[in-house]
Ligand binder design. Sequence first.
Ligand code: NAP
Length: 432
Amino acid sequence: MRQFAVVGSGPAGFYTAEALEKAYGGQARIDILDRFPVPYGLIRFGVAPDHQSLKAVAKRYDKVAESAGVDFIGNVTIGRDISVSELLDFYDAVILATGAPHDRKLGIPGEDLPGVVGSAEFVGWYNGHPDFADLDPPLGGTHAAVIGAGNVALDCARILSKTRHEFEGSDIVGHALEALDQSAIRTVTILGRRGPHQVAMTPKELGELGHLEAAVPVIEPADFPPQEADEALEPGLRKSVTLLRGFADLEATKAKRIVFDFFAKPVAIEGDGKAERIVVERTMLDESGAARGTGETYAVPASLVVSAIGYASSPIADVPFEGGKFVNDRGRIAERLYAVGWARRGPTGTIGTNRPDGYEVADQVAASMPPGSPSDRAGAEGLKRLLDQRGVMPTDYDDWRKIEQTETGQARPGSPREKFVRVEDWLRTLGR
Ligand code: NAP
């Protein structure tokens, strides 16, 4: 019986476990490890709380976790509680599915001012990520800005603009709902360093901005190239651009505005001890399509600045790491050590993109140690013995079910689940 450890219980981890299970058909034990006592990574902490249909993919992961060959082992941090080389002693292969939980830095003056937060922090705050429960983003000013022209920027702008009523049925955490309800923000400016033809925003997500209760998208028609130029775009992007063009026809009659400011590259964040404005340089596209500054600058007022310019993975001791991800060749990092998902490819693609990724790596594992081949690795038994010696108490899937039931039981009316935002609360639920 082969023994595999998948590190990380987000989409990449679960698709890989699913793929390994299929490839080995009952002749492997697969342990999905996570630093938190609860599973699902990006699904729980990253996907927007008002996108419940996307979060429903966790039901598929439940099936994987409940299958005979798969176990969840939570509350274990690789690199702190146990090293990768120790894991490799216990398992035939270790697959890192640790995602990309950190914000890339802007690299401009003022980015460390209070009031400037990364999207991982901001999204984590409204999604109940324990690391960001105390973020307390300043919502007392009238102007906020979101840097970046991707889907995460859209998520942040939309969450900042929704009414309390619009969060019904979402699983936004109580502290964020209360704070957003009291928010004074009336204008959210989305700063794209290139133009409407270069957005990384997808049509479904963009379309939502046109139907908000109290906010309306505002866009400068002069930012668009001639309409004929849209023909050359790939269909998804053309749809996004058509939606953006449609926003130019909307009247800004609602209380809040989401302003698209294109060809706008942030060069500094300024303020008296806290963020008050972003200095932006007008750009134009060079021959390669990159944003080139024109030298013209102006200020965009913002007492909250959310930087949504992409993510990076966490390095782990002794694992080669470069450019925000693990160094790998089609997922293979070293003998018996692999990476999948954002830890392998970098932070792009949808949840579903991780599926072929996980299957490809599972195929490689199965090719190098065919189903039926013997193993003398101790697997979970050995791992748990060592964790016990180190005073680490892992959680299992039954523990998660208990936590889930408790969370669901204390949900606000109209909300699917009121999530705990502290590790201690999860553990208390388990009587620890
Ligand atoms: P992204 O799609 O890579 O977008 C990042 C944006 O930041 C780009 O517009 C990029 O502009 C800009 N940017 C990068 N560096 C910058 C800088 N120094 N200054 C100013 N702007 C900068 O990343 P993301 O929005 O974090 O999304 C990550 C992935 O998750 C994407 O594949 C996304 O589609 C997916 N996602 C999907 C959903 C959904 O389906 N509902 C929701 C959220 C996220 P350039 O293009 O000029 O580099």
